[in-house]
Ligand binder design. Structure first.
Ligand SMILES: Nc1ncnc2c1ncn2[C@@H]1O[C@H](COP(=O)(O)OP(=O)(O)OP(=O)(O)O)[C@@H](O)[C@H]1O
Length: 287
């Protein structure tokens, strides 16, 4: 399973005075099992791109191939696309609506036309996968749960459809540090278990560095860089030029380098960065 995006452009309000080129000739490939982090300023086109990947929006130009299906071709069924690609919107908890957690999570798989016993199995599996105790939460109202738990229920509703591609638009937005950490852990667990393609948008560079195999940088509708976290975050000046930061650990390494200390500037892992720092401090003490 892979994704190929070729020459994709999207214009909002085409032909009107407020016409907006939101995607400008986008090209990239995503391969089986990759975790992809998308970064970019507000309005750079990230959400527009995500909505193209699950067929909610159609490009004005270009093609998007998911597995062996060109989802931009007329006549491709939305159901078929949804089976492959699950999109979790920003603040998905606002879209919970059923009386119980189990009914909410069952909504998607039911719509796929699965048998009731299969739907039940998927609901239980998905809730456990997002770190909730099935027996404990299944009959509760989703509205009685904490913010972090509500979000997990909403994500479980998408996972229960077993998408080969899971897309998350700012999955940790607005959460307190504890819930943030738990959602990050949950994403890792989903990937470990399902080994699906995961694409997520985040403004948190440390999360992007930690989770992603590949990072994509968007600016004003263009995909300006695609690479590993180390490749992308070592181009600090390029990111700064479009108003983006590097992860705090990388910033720390740059600070030391600026003071003449020999360190590798592509350190993205907190543990490696700490070791470099200790090495530096030990060296300083010895002098
Ligand atoms: N429905 C719409 N109609 C017209 N213009 C739109 C619409 N949705 C988005 N845009 C415009 O398209 C551009 C890209 O928006 P998009 O929401 O994709 O950016 P984004 O990178 O996801 O931003 P954010 O980080 O705030 O979610 C922006 O200039 C935005 O104003």
């Amino acid at each position: 399973m892979s994704i190929q995006v070729r020459n994709v452009s999207h214009i909002y309000s085409k032909g009107l005075p407020d016409e907006q080129l939101a995607l400008d000739n986008i090209n990239f490939d995503i391969y089986d099992g990759e975790v992809v982090g998308i970064i970019g300023h507000t309005g750079s086109g990230k959400s527009t791109l995500l909505q193209h990947l699950n067929g909610l929006l159609k490009p004005d130009e270009g093609t998007i191939i998911i597995g062996d299906v060109d989802i931009t071709k007329p006549g491709v069924s939305m159901r078929d696309i949804r089976r492959r690609v699950g999109l979790v919107f920003q603040y998905p908890e606002y879209q919970l609506f059923e009386e119980t957690v189990a009914l909410d999570v069952a909504f998607g798989p039911k719509n796929l036309g699965l048998r009731q016993d299969e739907v039940d199995d998927r609901v239980e599996e998905a809730l456990e996968l997002v770190g909730l105790d099935y027996e404990e939460v299944k009959d509760r109202s989703p509205f009685d749960l904490s913010g972090g738990q509500k979000r997990r229920v909403a994500i479980a509703g998408v996972i229960a459809m077993k998408p080969q591609v899971l897309i998350l638009d700012e999955p940790t937005a607005g959460l307190d540090p504890g819930a943030h950490k738990e959602i990050m852990q949950m994403i890792r667990e989903i990937h470990r278990t399902e080994n699906n393609i995961i694409i997520f948008v985040s403004h948190n560079m440390a999360d992007v560095a930690e989770l992603s195999d590949k990072v994509m940088v968007m600016d004003r509708g263009k995909m300006i860089t695609v690479g590993t976290p180390a490749e992308v975050f070592t181009r600090r000046n390029r990111l700064a030029a479009i108003g983006l930061d590097v992860p705090p650990v990388t910033e720390m390494m740059y600070e030391l380098k600026d003071r003449g200390v020999e360190v590798s500037t592509n350190v993205l892992n907190l543990k490696d960065a700490e070791e470099e720092l200790y090495r530096y401090l030990r060296g300083k003490k010895a002098k």
